[in-house]
Every structure is written in C-alpha cells, then in structure tokens.
Design a protein around this ligand. Structure first.
Ligand SMILES: [Zn+2]
Length: 635
C-alpha cells in the first residue's frame, strides 16, 4: 500500500455523521421501567419466531430476510426489574416520556434546529429480532439546523428520539437461535444527523466532538462505553456510499474514515487491474469442484476436522485474480478478507482459504495446492478459493465469493460495515433500502407548543466558549484544566462537587480529567463509578475522613466492586482515617522519643516532629488535625 498521505480534497471524500446517545432520564421511552441494564441471570425467557408480512418485507434488509428463510429463532431474556409487558410486546406502549422529548428539544435548539409542531411516533420495520415488536419506534423532534465547528458551518439535518434496541447476548455459535436481552430495549436515544459535508477524517472527528459536547451540555445523556454510537457514511467518486455502524470511541473516527478511503481506493485499483487483464463478471463462473478427496490425508487441522466429520471441501477458480486476493486494503485486511467476510456471512462458514496466502501456515502442502489447481483447471493467472464445511454451507459460501468477485469487476458494492476497535471495518450486510415507516397508532400525537419551546429556550445550557471563561474565573482553574473539563463527561459533577465538597476546585478538576483518563488508559472501567459515589468520595475528603492521596485507589476499587459503597471501599482498603483519639497516643509517643531534640531545637522542632508524625500516618490522617494536636502537646 502506498505510504504517501492521501489528499482527501483531491480524492473527493464526503462524509456524514449520525450520532446516537442514550438519554439519562427517569424511565424508558414508552413505559416506566428504569433505563438500566442488568447483569444477573435472566428471570424470564421466551422464544419468538418473527413472521414479517410480505408487505413489510418489500424494502427490508435482505440479510435479515435471508436469516428468516433459514428458520432463525429468537430467544429473549428479561428481568422484572428492567422490563415489563411493554418490552415483551404484551401490552401497548404508554404515552411518550416527556422528559426525553425535552432533552432532545434542548439539544435541537442548541443546534439551531426548528422544532416540529407535533410529535408523531412512527414504526420503522426491523426484522433482525432486536425488537420484540418487529419494528423500532422513532419520532422526529426538530429539523434543519447548524453548528459551528471552527470556522465552518455544518448543516444539521434532523434530531430524533427513538427507542434503543434489545442487546445481543450469547455467541453466533448457538446454531439457529439468536439471543437478545430486552433490558436495553426502550431506553430513550437521541439521534442527530449531519449533512454529508465533511471532507476529511480529521474534520469528521472534530464535528463528532462538537456534537458530543452539545449533547453532554444538556446534562441528560448517559456516559460510558456503549451509551454512545456513531454511524458514519463515507463516499468517494467512483467508489460507493458505505455506511459504517457502531463506532464507540470518538477518538477512532478519523482512523475509521481514513481506512475506509484506503479500502475504496484499493478496490478501485483492483477494478482497473481486472479491466487491464480483460476480466469481466462473465469470466467468473459459479462452477464448484468437490475436492474433498484431495485432502483425505491432509495435515491441515481445520480441513482435517471437517473431513473427519464427513463434511465437504469445495473449491472455485477465480479467473484472472492471481495476486489480487492478496492485495491489502486496510491494515491486516486483504481483498481475500473481503471474500472471507462474505463467505462467513452468507455461508455461515468459519473462513476461507485462497491461493494468495501462505497455505503452508495452515498445514496445507504444495502438492495439495498443485492437485487442487488442476482439479479446478486454474492457470497461472487465476486464484483459487476453497472452503471446508457442510455441503450446504460451502455452496452458499462460494456463491457469495463469486458474487463478490463479479462485483469487483464493475463497482464497489454499497454495504453496511461494522467498525472494529482498531479502526478497520468488516462486512455487516448489504445496505438495506430505505426502511419502511408507518404510523404508530397506539400513541396519540403530542403537540410541541410554543410555550414549551419558549420554556426550553429560556433555560438552554451555557455555550462552551462562555463556559470556559466562567470556569477559569469562578473556580480559579488554568485554561488547560478548564478546557479538559469542558470536553469531559464530568463537567456537571465537577461544578456541584467544587461547590459543596469543601475540596479545592483544582484538585477536583485535575482528578476528574487527568487522573480519570490515566485510569482509563490502565483499563479501569471508570463509568462503573456513579456520580453519587464520586460525590461521596469528595465529600469524605472535604470532611477529612479520607486522604486526598487515596482518591485514585478508592475510585479504582469501586469500579471493580459494583454495588458496594464508599464505606466498603475504605474498610477493604484499610483507609479508615485516624480520629483524634487514635492520634493522641501516637503523637505522645513521637514527642517522648524525640525529647532531647526538642530541648535542643526549641520552637524549631515542630517541623521535624510533624515530618515524623506524617511519615507514620500519611494517607490515614488529616494533616491539619495532626498539626493541631502536635502544637497542643508541645505546649
Ligand atoms: Zn417496561
């Protein structure tokens, strides 16, 4: 792959963002269950097989339809604390949660959007089982706004309120049953979408940060991994419009966009090379050869396993593809990986082999490869793909491989991809047509009155630039800390704590920004510590019940011991602070032991004695109290 940096303006990159974030309001969107996830084993499970009607299937996701044809069943898990009959689709939805509407309205007005007159809840067909009803409820709250990012105005298309989907649990390996937990189902989500006017990976990241900041400024969004999900749509001329789902870290956005542009440029290069070689879609034929016999004595573990299970090894020739299946599109991701993704998806196989990879690494010999090439009549310029699994799966897998190679001759396929933690993406499914929407008749329209808009407008959160100036002035913070706070999830908590805990504001600010970031880098799940717990920790420090030095340890302990409280942490970590009664005998002992020194130094002995005392009780006693007791004792 070329190492020269990509000129994105020249490439013609266009990118749009869609950001979803869970709202931190009193209850779910259409019932009064708490918006909480649970870890305990489910109390209730029920099995459903969704039967979408033909009219609903007109436009839906072909991949989901494919799963239903294969007879996939859905097992739902529930817990009474976090789900009721509404989530189970046994009871109609309750009226929409107005607190959630107000949060979206607040964010919309901050993004200069026009609120709609009436909230109409719509049903959007989803047949992947992520909703017990077969559709997701969604409603537009405001349209057509803008935000400023640096000097550029970014048009905002819409702000919507929707119900979150059930979350997948379990693995893909449970055969034809997919498992979902419905605690997440119904949690209110805000969705905001920009127009596709972002022209570089860096800009995509800056816009995402700016939107994230606004959402946080409402003070009503959840935080932590899994509460925010960014979808990107990325396109370049002669490429395709690719939808990338589920980027969880804002910091990863520029990398994801960069890699997607690389992938599309790589696919364009492959298309040009195929044209040069005279390869057309007709050159690629779904003629599959059963080559199981070639591998009957193979040393390859993967193939051995399949052969022992009386499964099939099936191969296909890819005319003119030699060298191209090995072409790298993203780090550690070749065109062969594209083929493999398709085979896994449509054929439910574990993976494929192709002749542009070093097959000896899988225990496949040069003799086996030579015989294989002969069996499918492959010439020097051809590549061969083979796969071992059930007869049905290998057929489906190789058909998907041939389809993908035919597409490679003419276009870059439009598809939905999913983002990995390293910024690369994987095939998720073909891009569905526009989802079918129809009105939710169980929920009456909810007017957004001029009074409501005025009320929200009058209480809009302070914009970021004003807030920065105020934080510096009001709390005596330096600019760097103030900026970090504005970008932090803890800004609201900071102000409350700085005002009420009795701890110096700069100490609170530094902890909630720099220390928390450092802990996250060390793999501590900081989101497991609640606002209430953090507040309690600082109050304890302010009251002299906990040493400032112990903050990080207590925080870490609480993150690993969910459900426990501050007193548990103090006990478990042995951080119980010395009381006056504990300290008096210690100080007495130190004074007696240093009698001679005290006589020699007189008043100047205080510093030395204080040092000796703190050495013994550091982290377990309030230094002011130690000083006071020491002074009294010296008198
Ligand atoms: Zn409920």
């Amino acid at each position: 792959m070329s190492k020269t940096p990509i000129d994105y303006a020249k490439v013609g990159l266009k990118c749009g963002l869609e950001i979803h974030q869970q709202l931190n309001v009193n209850s779910k969107l259409f019932c009064s269950c708490p918006p909480d996830l649970f870890k305990e084993d489910p109390e209730i499970t029920f099995l459903r097989r969704l039967r979408p009607t033909q009219s609903e299937l007109g436009q839906v996701d072909p991949a989901a339809f494919f799963e239903f044809q294969k007879g996939v069943k859905i097992l739902y898990e529930a817990n009474r604390k976090s789900s009721c009959l509404v989530e189970m689709d046994e009871e109609p939805p309750h009226p929409i949660n107005l607190a959630a509407v107000e949060v979206v309205l607040t964010a919309s007005l901050m993004m200069n959007m026009q609120p709609v007159d009436e909230v109409h809840v719509m049903r959007k067909t989803v047949i992947d089982g992520s909703n017990t009803t077969g559709f997701q409820r969604t409603t537009i709250i405001a349209l057509d706004g803008w935000i400023k990012v640096g000097d550029k105005t970014i048009p905002m298309q819409a702000a919507s309120l929707e119900e979150d989907a059930a979350r997948k649990t379990g693995t893909q390996d449970e055969g034809k049953t997919i498992r979902y937990r419905i605690d997440r189902l119904g949690i209110p989500l805000i969705e905001v979408a920009t127009a596709p006017v972002i022209y570089s990976p860096q800009e995509a990241q800056e816009v995402a940060f700016a939107i994230g900041r606004i959402l946080r400024d409402t003070g009503k969004v959840m935080r932590g991994l899994g509460t925010i999900r960014q979808d990107l749509n990325v396109s370049i001329p002669n490429g395709a419009l690719i939808e990338i789902k589920g980027v969880q870290e804002l910091e990863l956005i520029s990398t994801v966009v960069e890699y997607e542009v690389q992938r599309q440029l790589g696919l364009i290069a492959i298309k040009e090379e195929l044209a040069k070689r005279g390869i057309t879609p007709e050159s690629l034929k779904p003629d599959f050869a059963d080559v199981t016999a070639i591998f009957k004595d193979t040393k390859s573990k993967v193939i051995r396993k399949a052969v022992d299970k009386k499964q099939t090894v099936l191969a296909v020739k890819l005319a003119g593809f030699a060298g191209l299946t090995g072409h790298e599109l993203m780090p550690n991701f070749r065109f062969g990986s594209e083929l493999s993704d398709r085979a896994k998806f449509w054929g439910r196989v574990g993976g494929i082999f192709h002749t542009d990879e070093i097959l000896a690494n899988y225990g496949i010999t040069t003799e086996e490869v030579a015989t294989l090439r002969k069996a499918v009549d492959a010439a020097e310029g051809d590549a061969v793909v083979f796969v071992a699994d059930t007869a049905e799966n290998t057929q489906d897998a190789l058909k998907a491989v041939v389809d993908r190679c035919q597409e490679a001759c003419t276009c870059i396929p439009q598809e939905t991809r999913t983002a990995k933690d390293d910024g690369t993406t994987r095939y998720m499914r073909p891009r569905p047509g526009a989802a079918r929407m129809y009105p939710e008749t169980d929920i009456p329209p909810q007017p957004i009155t001029a009074e409501l808009v005025e009320k929200v407008q009058a209480h809009l959160p302070e914009p970021a630039d004003k807030k920065l100036t105020r934080l510096i002035k009001q709390y005596g913070l330096n600019e760097k800390l103030a900026k970090q706070l504005i970008d932090s999830e803890y800004i609201g908590l900071f102000e409350e704590t700085a005002k009420t805990s009795g701890v110096q504001a700069s100490t609170v600010a530094a902890f909630l920004t720099e220390t928390v970031k450092a802990l996250q880098r060390d793999g501590i799940h900081t989101s497991h510590v609640s606002d209430e717990q953090i507040s309690a920790i600082f109050k304890a420090v302010g009251a002299g019940e906990l040493a400032k030095e112990a903050l990080a340890d207590v925080f870490t302990w609480l993150s690993k011991n969910e459900g426990k409280n501050l007193q548990d942490a103090i006990t478990a970590l042995g951080l119980k602070m010395f009381t006056e009664a504990d300290l008096v005998p210690i100080i007495d002992r130190i004074v007696v032991a240093n009698k001679q020194q005290i006589e020699k130094l007189g008043k100047n002995a205080f510093g030395m004695l204080m040092g000796a005392a703190m050495k013994e009780v550091r982290g377990k006693a309030n230094p002011e109290l130690v000083g006071k007791l020491l002074r009294e004792r010296l008198k």
